[in-house]
Design a protein around this ligand. Structure first.
Ligand code: ADE
Length: 233
């Protein structure tokens, strides 16, 4: 893991996705911008900037841009929950972003900057995440490095799920990751998205989500804490 004096940016979309991190963080100051509160301080001794960016691609991209470009963060992590669609994936399994794409993008967009369908997860952050997840007590489910598909839609029906699988074959669907990865790519900063499965993006998704959101969100936050521990080990 390359050392950087710049803070790690950490984003979650929901309060619960950042709750554990905020609890453990020593906050030096907060700043309000773009309708969001950003906390600056240290987490396990490392400088970090943490925010609950809100749901969806634009909220996530706005906060990522501000942290990476206006506040000089050196890398960005996005931790939270997702709907499992990859073969064999179950609730409480983890997907770390080997790559990310948008599932609601017209192919015409590929003609324009950044002219790519997939954004890579940073290899060094993936390596750190893998080692963090191998630590005892961090994971309740299985670990996978896979494809994350992002769109401005909560996927909760079979037809939509099947259409997304046919289109881009992701391991999981969520609503912010590729937007953050797109910004990080444009800013040339490392990025990793870490998602614990809260549901299976099918007709039962709303009910299953309610049962698993807290455990799933907390597990992704625990992985970030383990990454910070692993980075200083
Ligand atoms: N986040 C968690 N579950 C999701 C789903 N089914 N669709 C989109 N985002 C999600």
């Amino acid at each position: 893991m390359q050392e950087t004096a710049h803070p790690w940016a950490i984003l979650g979309a929901l309060d619960r996705e950042v709750a554990l991190l905020r609890e453990r963080m020593a906050v030096d100051r907060t700043e309000r911008a773009l309708g969001t509160e950003f906390a600056f301080g240290t987490l396990l001794g490392r400088p970090v900037a943490l925010a609950c960016c809100g749901v969806g691609k634009v909220n996530a991209a706005a906060c990522a841009t501000w942290l990476l470009c206006a506040r000089g963060c050196g890398l960005i992590l996005n931790a939270g929950i997702a709907g499992a669609v990859g073969h064999g994936l179950r609730t409480l399994d983890v997907v770390a972003s080997r790559e990310l794409c948008f599932h609601d993008q017209d192919p015409v967009m590929l003609k324009y900057f950044p002219a790519r369908r997939f954004f890579p997860g940073d290899p060094a952050l993936l390596d750190l995440c893998r080692r963090a997840c191998a630590r005892p007590g961090v994971l309740q489910g299985a670990y996978r490095e896979g494809r994350v598909a992002t769109g401005d839609r909560f996927v909760a029906d079979r037809a939509t799920r099947d259409r997304i699988v046919a289109d881009c074959a992701p391991d999981c669907v969520e609503m912010e990751g590729a937007a953050i990865a797109h910004v990080a790519f444009a800013a040339a900063k490392p990025c990793l998205v870490i998602r614990t499965m809260s549901d299976c993006a099918d007709d039962d998704a709303d009910d299953v989500y309610d049962d698993f959101i807290e455990r799933a969100a907390d597990q992704s936050a625990r992985i970030v804490l383990a990454m910070l521990e692993e980075a200083r080990a």
